[in-house]
Design a protein around this ligand. Structure first.
Ligand code: SF4
Length: 310
């Protein structure tokens, strides 16, 4: 099926329109950018990378206290590389998807051992690091190193599709046509491209949200094709399906890790009776324990107790 996003190459963008949107967004960004501690050159490239890994699938406002504590304890890759796995999982707290923490530590060890504790500055080297994909590599190149590169995440895809094409973006992986659109509207100058990436992403996070975009206060409302078209199909094509949480393996896995993190000082093992008190469905519980063990997030002891990896 051919879609509006597939057809964008047939609709040349008017350069002046992209330029005027860029100016509107840059002015809005100057006044409205959230004062997050990893922004505005106040941290190292490593600190930017940590913020990006933590922000995947977790709201930035929730990330701030975790990031601040993390960077105080482990300010660079070498420090994180030397931490124990149990310390890393404990510090990850309730950020969710804790395998990200283990991948981040793997990444830290490669940066320490192969790059003299300095993040590499090329796309290929960054995407070669454990756990670093296209989005994180692009974000680090743009936000930490000031390089001109299109950053493509869910928020940016949604905003670009609405503003320039007048349609909702589709879910799933970014399509070649979406990447082409992002590249075509990216400002030519390095500094402008960084502000563009940040401001489009920020607009998608706080104004042009998936379900209830605040068009009446939007800085590009006068130039937005989606608003001009009457916001067709608003919210119908959710870029990320709502995920049920209650009763899922994710919830059970989180409960087990939470109980391990909260063990009193000097105690490191949850015994079998305590584990079984966490969740009534013991078949599901055991499956979750096995998957946590497979992921390297816990160790299962011979007597059925569990502990964080030592
Ligand atoms: S006018 Fe509305 S739909 Fe268009 S970019 Fe702004 S918030 Fe999004």
């Amino acid at each position: 099926m051919t879609t509006a996003t597939d057809n964008i190459t047939a609709k040349p963008l008017v350069k002046s329109s992209a330029e005027s949107i860029r100016r509107s967004l840059a002015a809005w960004w100057q006044i409205n950018a959230r004062d997050l501690p990893w922004r505005f050159g106040r941290t190292t490239p490593w600190g930017v990378l940590v913020s990006e890994v933590m922000s995947q699938q977790t709201q930035m406002s929730r990330v701030v206290p975790y990031w601040q504590t993390w960077m105080q304890v482990w300010p660079d890759a070498a420090a994180l590389a030397d931490a124990t796995t149990a310390e890393v999982i404990t510090a990850w707290g309730r950020l969710g998807y804790p395998r990200r923490a283990l991948r981040l530590q793997e990444c830290a060890r490669v940066v320490r051992d192969q790059y003299d504790d300095q993040l590499p500055r090329t796309y290929d080297e960054l995407t070669g690091l454990p756990g670093i994909g296209d989005y994180t590599a692009s974000a680090v190149l743009s936000f930490a190193f000031g390089k001109r590169i299109a950053v493509i995440d869910t928020n940016i895809r949604r905003v670009l599709s609405r503003v320039f094409l007048g349609v909702e973006s589709l879910g799933g992986a970014a399509r070649p046509a979406e990447r082409e659109l992002a590249a075509r509207v990216l400002p030519a100058h390095d500094a402008q491209s960084v502000t563009w990436n940040q401001s489009v992403m920020e607009l998608g996070a706080v104004v042009c949200t998936a379900k209830q975009p605040l068009c009446e206060t939007c800085p590009v409302s006068a130039q937005c094709a989606f608003l001009a078209a009457g916001r067709p199909g608003l919210g119908e094509r959710r870029t990320r399906p709502r995920q049920r949480f209650a009763g899922t393996d994710r919830q059970v896995r989180g409960m087990v890790l939470d109980a391990l993190r909260k063990l009193p000082q000097g105690k490191s093992v949850l015994d079998r009776a305590r584990i079984e008190s966490l969740w009534n469905d013991h078949v599901q519980l055991d499956q979750c324990l096995a998957s946590l063990d497979d992921d390297g997030l816990i160790e299962i002891l011979p007597d059925g107790g569990v502990c964080l990896p030592r």
